[in-house]
Design a binder for this molecule. Structure first.
Ligand code: SAM
Ligand code: SF4
Length: 332
């Protein structure tokens, strides 16, 4: 099997698949209040069969790890059908989901049955009023029910992602830690990233991983134990909490980037292949796919694209580097 190795000797084994760039939330750091971009009509989005075909070709090139994301993936109808189609591909070993969880309670069992084994859930505060403000209309009770449902059906580990903002939710870190410890959640603190207008707008509230860790240590003290498990960590620095199943991760995309171990690319809902979260360059797969190319031709396009994967992002050198992209289209 041809493996996907980029010019910096990184092996690409992970494809993040955005199934929609629409969302029922408008998180301040991700989406402008009025929505991110003109919504596409139905035909602009890849169908489940088209996504499955692209994933199949990637899987024949060594990609075995898939994440379904968005926008909000659970607003796309019958997402479990896509999971089912992908899960039967012989080389796919792992299907995960990223969601805001507002609709997870209703769909968790169907998704688990279709092969989604674990989930990442966005949650930035446990204060319902603040939650509604950050998400511009989100319902905290439904999200907490979604988290409980993920545990109930065994979509584990359940990871909760908290984007930390200095004047908005930095003070909520202790309460989030207590919640994670009580539930056995894998809680990951994420630095704000300057992606799109919304991301750039919250960079004034950026908190570094070191400041986040100091706040965590002040709350849990000696119970915070560093872990060395690279497989578990991905781009995060991971700790466990003694006496609890909870784990704590800190993702320092900006203050200390982890590009040298990058193993992923992203497929947008409109069929573009994004080679790096922090660079504008994308390759259109939808047009050739719809023109009727063979799997071998699609493979060749993907191999050529990986040869163009940039070495790293430039968030620190140029905060306006990626103002024309939206996190909601890239899938995080
Ligand atoms: N709607 C789903 C969710 O919220 O989990 C999936 C898509 S969302 C774009 C994926 C991840 O991107 C979320 O964890 C979210 O917190 C993160 N994200 C969005 N904008 C961000 C930003 N400017 N900086 C850091 N993380 C961001
Ligand atoms: Fe929607 Fe997720 Fe972006 Fe929030 S972070 S606006 S839930 S896509």
């Amino acid at each position: 099997m041809t493996a996907l190795i980029d010019p910096f000797q990184r092996k690409i084994e992970y494809l993040r698949v955005s199934v929609t760039d629409k969302c029922n939330y408008r998180c301040s750091y991700c989406m402008p209040e009025q929505g991110a971009h003109p919504e596409g009509n139905h035909t602009e989005y890849l169908s489940y069969d088209e996504i499955t075909r692209i994933v199949k070709v990637f899987s024949e090139l060594g990609v075995w790890k898939i994440r379904l994301t968005g926008g909000e993936p659970l607003i796309r109808k019958n997402l479990h059908q896509l999971a089912q189609q992908i899960s039967v591909l012989p080389n796919v070993k792992d299907i995960a989901l990223s969601t805001n969880a507002e609709r997870l309670a209703d769909q968790a069992q169907a998704l688990k049955d279709a092969g989604v084994t674990r989930t990442n859930i966005s949650l930035d505060t446990l204060d319902p009023i603040k939650f509604e403000r950050i998400t511009r209309g989100g319902n905290l009770a439904k999200v907490l029910a979604g988290i409980d449902a993920a545990f109930a059906v065994g979509m584990t580990p359940v990871k909760v992602n908290m984007v930390v903002m200095k004047d908005t939710n930095f003070e909520d870190i202790p309460a989030m830690l207590d919640y994670a410890i009580a539930k056995g959640i894998n809680l990951r603190f994420i630095e704000t990233m300057p992606i799109g207008g919304a991301g750039i707008s919250v960079m004034g509230e950026h908190v570094s991983a070191e400041q986040i860790l100091a706040k965590v240590k002040a709350h849990v003290g000696a119970d915070l134990l560093p872990m060395l498990d690279k497989q578990e960590a991905g781009p995060a620095r991971v700790y466990r909490i003694s006496g609890s199943k909870a784990k704590i991760g800190v993702i320092s995309a900006v203050s200390q980037h982890f590009c040298e171990t990058c193993n992923r690319v992203r497929l947008t809902a409109r069929g573009e292949l994004a080679l790096c979260l922090g660079q504008e360059d994308m390759i259109d797969l939808r047009t050739p796919l719809r023109a009727g190319i063979s799997d071998d031709q699609l493979k060749a396009i993907i191999v050529d694209a990986i040869a163009r994967k940039p070495e790293r992002h430039h968030f620190n050198e140029n905060r306006h580097n990626i103002q024309f992209r939206q996190m909601v289209s890239l899938g995080g």
